[in-house]
Each structure stands twice: as structure tokens, then as C-alpha cells.
Design a protein around this ligand. Structure first.
Ligand code: KMH
Ligand code: ZN
Length: 282
């Protein structure tokens, strides 16, 4: 089943840890804003939500109580697969990033290597990657492998060889392209990264900033899936800020339909990713 669907998995990443609410007023930073966004994005065709949360001052936080409330609220309000970020912000400690799993999400991100991240460094040394992966296996939280560079693909192979298959048994990756310091967001790089993935793995791709559209169309053409959202893109078109996350999902869904690969609903997405139904999870 995994890997055989012609439909398109659409993930929305609505908030991220980097953009400032003052610079992007449409960014969902409160729980109420996040739930409204999630409902709109589900209606538009998203099946997964990649979640970063903010504190009362709209700063990124990994507070476990807030994360737990967020998981609960998103489950009450939507059928979306709730994928918490374990990347957090570049300033978050490894301990806080591991503790994200205490919020018991359906899924989590797991970045497979360190990368320059604009002027900063997003640190993911091998011992941390391994600790986080083993924790996902223990807690049965399905990881999505975030790959910012071709070296991260090699580390994914090393991880699977060293520690065995992930919770749920299926390997799904997200190629994060166009980060200043990571792999470029172009079709040649996308094809090279996709070709280097482990056999049977499926993948989504997202292009940061102005690489959003080349990566989206390249991924659809190459059989990949899509991640869109204000974490990655604040501009809808030249000179036109994103008005709502849902319009990015609507555009992705329209492109997927044009490609004869319509959006996958949350229930089919669970089967595709190896995530148990909520009734089966506690
Ligand atoms: N905010 C970045 C430093 C993830 O969510 O796992 C890391 C990030 C990746 O966004
Ligand atoms: Zn993220």
C-alpha cells in the first residue's frame, strides 16, 4: 500500500519558528488561530499538519504542556495527522527537543543532519539523531525524516541500518530545499535526492521562499508529495504576501488535481504513512 498510491499527500506547515507575527500578520501563533487554520487547510486538501507553537508573546516554544494542549485541540477540531516539530528553533536544546514526544503526537519531524540555516546553525549531530529516533521507536511516534541536504540522505541510510525500521514500518521523508546553507531548490537536485532515498521510501518536498513553486511542480512530476505553508513561504506571488495558509494548500491541491494526483484524505494518509487510527492509539 505505501508507495503505490497515485494520490498526493499534502502537509501544511503553517507557522514555523522563524517568522515574526509582526512581519506576517496572517501567521497563526495562538492555539485558536492554529485550529482555525488547521480546519481551513483540511478543507482545502491537507492531510498532515506540521506544528510549531508560540508562547503568549508569539515566540517559539517547546513547552510540553502547550504542545499537549495543541495536540488535543487539533484532534478535537480536525482529522489531520498531527506531526509535531522536534526541530523547534535553532536555539532549542536537545533535551527540550526530545521532550516533544511527551506530548504524544501521531508523528514528528526528525532531521537527519546539521545544516547551516541562514546565519544560524540547525544542529543535529549523530548521537542526537539516534537518541531521537530510538525514542520515536519506543513511543511508537511515526517519524518523518527531514532532509535538508544530500548528506542527510546518507545519514538516513546509516540510521535505518543501525537502528532498524521506524514506528509504523514505512519510511517517509521530506526534502526541505532552498534553505540558505542546504541543498538548492531546483529540479536537478530534487531528482538526485529522491533517487538516493532508501528503496520503498516515499517523499514529500518543500521549497523555501522563491523555490516553492519549482519544487512543488518538480515533486508532482517526479511522483513525490507536497509540503506547503507559511513556515516555508511568506510570499504567494511576487509582491503579494500570503493571506492565509489555506491558499497555499488550495494551490497545491489544484496543482495535484491537474497532475491527476488528487489530494489524499487524512484516513488514507494514515494508512499510507503507517500511522494507526486514533481509535487504535491511546
Ligand atoms: N525551525 C528549524 C530550525 C523541523 O521542524 O523539524 C527547524 C525545523 C525543522 O523547522
Ligand atoms: Zn518545522
Amino acid at each position: 500500500m505505501a508507495g503505490s498510491t497515485p494520490a498526493t499527500l499534502i502537509t501544511v506547515a503553517p507557522t514555523g519558528a522563524e517568522a515574526e507575527k509582526s512581519a506576517a500578520p496572517a501567521l497563526p501563533v495562538t492555539l485558536a488561530e492554529l485550529v482555525v487554520t488547521a480546519k481551513e487547510c483540511e478543507a482545502a486538501g491537507a492531510a498532515v499538519i506540521h506544528v510549531h507553537i508560540r508562547d503568549d508573546a508569539a515566540r517559539p516554544t517547546l513547552d510540553v504542556g502547550r504542545l499537549t494542549d495543541t495536540v488535543t485541540a487539533l484532534r478535537e477540531g480536525t482529522d489531520l495527522i498531527v506531526q509535531l516539530s522536534t526541530g523547534g528553533a535553532v536555539t532549542d536544546s536537545f533535551a527540550r527537543r526530545l521532550a516533544v514526544l511527551d506530548a504524544a503526537p501521531d508523528a514528528c519531524s526528525l532531521t537527519c543532519g546539521t545544516v547551516n540555516f541562514g546565519d544560524d546553525v540547525f544542529a543535529n549531530p549523530w548521537p542526537f539523531i539516534k537518541d531521537l529516533y530510538q525514542l520515536t521507536q519506543e513511543r511508537q511516534v511515526v517519524p518523518e525524516f527531514e532532509l535538508f541536504d544530500l548528506g542527510h540522505v546518507a545519514t538516513l541510510h546509516r540510521l535505518l541500518d543501525s537502528c532498524g525500521p521506524p514506528a509504523g514500518g514505512h519510511v517517509h521523508c521530506d526534502l526541505v530545499m532552498g534553505v540558505p546553507g542546504g541543498m538548492p531548490g531546483d529540479v536537478a537536485t530534487l531528482a538526485a535526492a529522491a533517487a538516493a532515498l532508501p528503496p520503498g521510501a516515499t517523499w514529500s518536498a518543500t521549497g523555501i521562499g522563491r523555490t516553492a513553486l519549482p519544487v512543488l511542480f518538480g515533486a508532482l512530476g517526479a511522483g513525490g508529495h507536497l509540503r506547503v505553508g507559511m513556515e516555508d513561504t511568506l510570499t504567494y506571488a511576487r509582491g503579494r504576501p500570503v493571506a492565509r495558509n489555506a491558499e497555499l494548500v488550495e494551490r497545491a491541491a489544484a496543482a495535484a488535481r491537474l497532475a491527476q494526483r488528487p489530494p489524499l484524505g487524512p484516513a488514507d494518509a494514515r494508512a499510507f504513512l503507517g500511522i494507526p487510527d486514533r481509535a487504535g492509539a491511546c
